[in-house]
Design a protein. Structure first.
Length: 226
């Protein structure tokens, strides 16, 4: 089987149909992949962007910035490919484990894709009317990603991801959910990165103890991935 077919097989996802996309001459560089998914709701939990509550723990399933740096490097020939690879992977098994461990205490789930972690946190904070404080030293940024972002003048919190998620969990269940996440290959590097506040903006507490606002991304997302 080709790699294109083994990925769905490994995720336990059958391919049942296909589609085509028509674009103008010269507008397609190589290949477009179009997908649509059918699933079932897991009982016992109803995570929503508006469900975050003051005191919730903010959990991250794995490193950030890998996908965006990989895409940018590949498109522009920057040479980071040897050190950074995309984090693209299915997360449904990880989510099922989290729901089993946290149930109704699992308040919010979000994949930090376009706009990165910064966009995801700001969208959740706005929908839930809460603030968020993130610990900079807890952010899981791989060293090659950090180095690439420093060279390009990018903040890893704004770089796109494809194979990780951010979760807002009631404080009493945070340890249990984090332990469950680390039992899965997709969550073995899961960490707690922050706490939900009663109000205010999304803040980052730096290593020296100061705080800065992590704003919603403005303008074009780099790299543009969709």
């Amino acid at each position: 089987m080709s790699r294109g077919w083994t990925a769905p097989a490994g995720a336990g996802v059958p391919i049942v149909t296909g589609d085509t996309k028509v674009v103008g001459r010269g507008a397609a560089d190589r290949l477009f992949v179009i997908t649509a998914g059918l699933g079932r709701r897991l009982p016992g939990s109803s995570p929503t962007a508006a469900g975050a509550r003051s005191g919730d723990a903010v959990l991250m399933s794995g490193p950030i910035g890998c996908h965006g740096v990989t895409v940018l490097s590949t498109r522009e020939g920057l040479g980071f490919e040897a050190d950074v690879t995309s984090d693209s992977r299915p997360l449904h098994r990880l989510v099922a484990m989290m729901v089993a461990a946290g149930g109704a205490d699992l308040h919010t789930l979000r994949d930090p894709t376009r706009g990165g972690l910064a966009a995801a946190l700001n969208e959740i904070a706005a929908a839930s009317s809460v603030g968020v404080r993130v610990e900079e030293k807890a952010l899981p940024v791989p060293e090659p990603v950090r180095a690439a972002c420093e060279m390009l003048g990018l903040d890893p919190a704004y770089v796109a991801n494809e194979g990780c998620l951010v979760a807002f969990v009631a404080p009493g269940a945070a340890g249990r959910v984090l332990s469950a996440m680390r039992q899965m290959p997709e969550g073995r590097d899961a960490v707690r990165i922050g706490t939900v506040l009663a109000g205010g903006p999304v803040l980052v507490r730096t290593a020296i103890g100061s705080q800065r606002v992590l704003d919603m991304p403005l303008g074009e997302h780099l790299p543009r991935i969709c």
